[in-house]
Design a protein around this ligand. Structure first.
Ligand code: BGC
Length: 510
C-alpha cells in the first residue's frame, strides 16, 4: 500500500542498469498474468441487497471524514452492478487471472454464519461464472480489510482469538460455494491491517496501539490463516485450488555500506516481511523480532514481551500452511540504522529502530526480493499477487494547495492519467527484473497487476490512480476508459515478450 510514500515519489531516481536475459525477454508458457480489484474499493452498493455494514463503511462515514475530500466507497466504481463490464474489460487485456475480494458482510451481514444472505452469495457466484466465461481463472481474496462492523462492535476483531472460528465459518461458505476458484488468498496484506489498522490507526478500525495490539493482530492473523488453510485441506481434499496468504513485502536496502546500516536493513526486512513469512514457513517469529521486542519490553518493566509468544502447538499448526508464496510488491525502502529510543517509548518504530526513505522506481528491488525470499524460505512457487504504481496528481495538488477544500477540477483533455507512459516504464522495469529472476531459476509463476481500474484508494479516496482503465469519478456514468498502460498489457499478452536490453527509463510523476 502506498501510505507514507506520497512525498517520496517526487524524489524518485532512475535505475540505469542494463539487464540481459538468457531467454530473450520471453515469459515462460506457463507463466500467468492477471489483474485485480477489491470489494470495498470498487463495488459500491454498500447497503444494497441485504449487505451488512463493514468497518470500512463505518470508518468512512465518520464525521469529520478520515478520507481525503470526504470520499467514501458508497458508490465507488459501481462494480457490484457493473461487474460484467469490468470482467469483460479484464478479458480484453488478454490476462489469465482475475483477482477480486469478497465482502464478508455481503455474505454474512453481521459476520456470524447463522444467516447467509443469498443475494450476496449469488452475486459472487455470478462473478465467478462471468470470469470463467472468458477462460480466466478466478483468484479470490477472502479478506481485503472489510470486517463486518457487528463483529467489531461485539469485541470480535483481529486482536481476539474469538475471531478465528468466525473467519473459518465464513471462509468455508465461500470455498463450498465457489468450487471453481483457482487461487484463494486468505488475507490481503496483514501488515497493513495490523500496522495501519491497530498500530497507528489511520485505517479502519482506527485503533491506535502502536507496538502492542498490532502484534496481537499479527498473531491472530497468522492463526486465522492457518485455521482456514487446515480446514480447506481437511474438508475439501478434492479441490485443486491453491491457497496462501497475500503478504506485502517491499525490498529493503541499506542506505550506506556501513555495517550498522546493513544490519538495520536486515532487521527491518524481518520486521516488515519476516513477521508474516517466517511463521508461515518456520512456525515462529523471526529471532530478531523476539529479541528486540522482549528486550525493550523488559527494559520498560513489563513482565512479558509485547510480542505474543506462540505455544509449541501453535508453532506446529502455523508452519507450512501455503501452496505458494504470495507477495504484494510496490517499492524499495532505503534504511539507515536508528538511535535507540528510551524504554518508555512503546512503538513498532522504536522496536525496528531505523530511519528510512522510499523509492517506487527501483525495479531491481523485486529481483533482490525474489532472490532473498528463495534463499530465506526455500524454493517455492511465487505468485506476485499485487504489483503496480499509483498516479497521484490530485493528491500532490492538495499538498501544494492545502487551503483547497474541494477537489481541483480535473480536465480530461490533459490526458495525464490516460497517457500513463510513466506506468508503462514502471511495469516494464519490474517485469524485466522478474524475468531476470526467472532466468536465474527463481520459481515465479505469475504477476497480478494492481489494478484493473481506478478505484477508491482507502483514505486517499479517488485521488491516487492505479487502474489500467481510467474512471472519471465526476461523471455519474463512471465511464471506463482504457489507458496507455492497458494497451501495453494487451501487447504483452500477445507477444509475451519484453525488450529488456534498453535502458530502463525513470518515472516522472509530476
Ligand atoms: C492494497 C490495495 C491498495 C494498493 C495501493 C495494496 O496495499 O492491497 O488495496 O489499493 O496497495 O495502495
Amino acid at each position: 500500500m502506498y501510505f507514507l510514500l506520497m512525498f517520496i515519489m517526487l524524489f524518485s531516481t532512475a535505475s540505469n542498469k542494463q539487464i540481459r536475459l538468457k531467454n530473450n525477454g520471453r515469459f515462460p508458457d506457463k507463466f500467468t498474468f492477471g489483474t485485480a480489484t477489491s470489494a470495498y474499493q470498487t463495488e459500491g452498493a454498500w447497503n444494497l441487497d441485504g449487505k451488512g455494514e463493514s468497518i470500512w463503511d463505518n470508518f468512512m462515514h465518520k464525521v469529520p471524514s478520515p478520507a481525503l475530500y470526504g470520499d467514501t466507497g458508497d458508490i465507488a466504481c459501481d462494480s457490484y452492478r457493473r461487474y460484467k463490464e469490468d470482467i469483460r474489460n479484464a478479458a480484453e487485456l488478454g490476462v489469465q487471472i482475475y483477482k477480486f475480494s469478497i465482502a464478508w458482510s455481503r455474505i454474512l451481514p453481521t459476520g456470524y454464519a447463522n444467516f447467509i444472505n443469498d443475494k450476496g452469495l449469488t452475486h459472487y457466484k455470478n462473478v465467478v461464472k462471468e470470469i470463467l466465461k472468458y477462460n480466466m481463472t478466478p483468484a479470490v481474496t477472502i479478506y481485503h480489510w472489510d470486517l463486518p462492523q457487528r463483529l467489531l462492535e461485539d469485541g470480535i476483531d483481529w486482536t481476539t482469538n474469538d475471531l478465528i472460528p468466525h473467519f473459518v465459518n465464513y471462509s468455508r461458505i465461500l470455498i463450498r460455494n465457489l468450487p471453481e476458484v483457482g487461487y484463494w488468498i486468505t488475507i490481503n496484506e496483514p501488515k497493513q491491517i495490523c500496522r495501519l489498522g491497530y498500530g497507528i490507526g489511520v485505517i479502519a478500525p482506527g485503533i491506535k496501539s502502536n507496538g502492542v495490539l498490532e502484534y496481537h493482530c499479527a498473531y491472530i492473523v497468522l492463526k486465522s490463516h492457518a485455521a482456514v488453510y487446515r480446514m480447506f485441506k481437511k474438508e475439501f481434499p478434492h479441490y485443486t485450488a491453491k491457497m496462501s496468504l497475500g503478504s506485502d513485502c517491499q525490498w529493503i536496502r541499506p542506505l550506506t555500506s556501513s555495517p550498522s546500516d546493513i544490519e538495520a536493513a536486515t532487521r527491518q526486512l524481518q520486521f516488515e516481511c519476516g513477521m508474516y513469512f517466517h511463521p508461515l514457513f518456520n512456525g515462529d517469529w523471526p529471532e530478531i523480532l523476539k529479541q528486540r521486542i522482549q528486550e525493550r519490553s523488559f527494559a520498560a518493566n513489563l513482565s512479558k514481551s509485547r510480542l505474543p509468544e506462540f505455544t509449541d502447538e501453535e508453532i506446529y499448526d502455523i508452519k507450512g500452511n501455503y501452496d505458494f508464496l504470495g507477495i504484494n510488491h510496490y517499492y524499495t525502502i532505503f534504511t539507515k540504522n536508528g538511535i535507540e529510543s528510551p524504554p518508555n517509548i512503546t512503538s513498532y518504530e522504536a522496536d525496528v529502530r531505523v530511519t528510512d526513505s522510499f523509492d517506487v522506481y527501483k525495479p531491481d528491488g523485486i529481483y533482490e526480493l525474489l532472490k532473498w525470499l528463495t534463499e530465506e524460505y526455500g524454493y517455492h512457487e511465487i505468485l506476485i499477487t499485487e504489483l503496480g504504481l499509483g498516479q497521484n496528481f490530485t493528491y500532490l495538488n492538495k499538498i501544494k494547495t492545502p487551503h483547497l477544500q474541494s477537489k481541483p477540477p480535473y480536465v480530461i483533455t490533459e490526458n495525464i492519467y490516460i497517457n500513463d507512459i510513466d506506468r508503462i516504464y514502471h511495469f516494464k522495469g519490474y517485469m524485466c527484473y522478474i524475468l531476470e529472476a526467472i532466468t536465474d531459476g527463481i520459481n515465479v509463476i505469475g504477476i497480478i497487476i494492481w489494478n484493473l481500474m481506478d478505484d477508491l484508494e482507502w483514505i486517499f479516496g479517488y485521488n491516487i490512480r492505479f487502474g489500467l482503465y481510467y474512471i472519471d469519478f465526476e461523471d455519474p456514468k463512471l465511464p471506463r476508459i482504457s489507458k496507455k498502460s492497458a494497451e501495453f498489457i494487451k501487447d504483452l499478452m500477445r507477444t509475451r515478450t519484453l525488450n529488456c536490453t534498453e535502458t530502463i527509463q525513470p518515472v516522472c510523476l509530476i
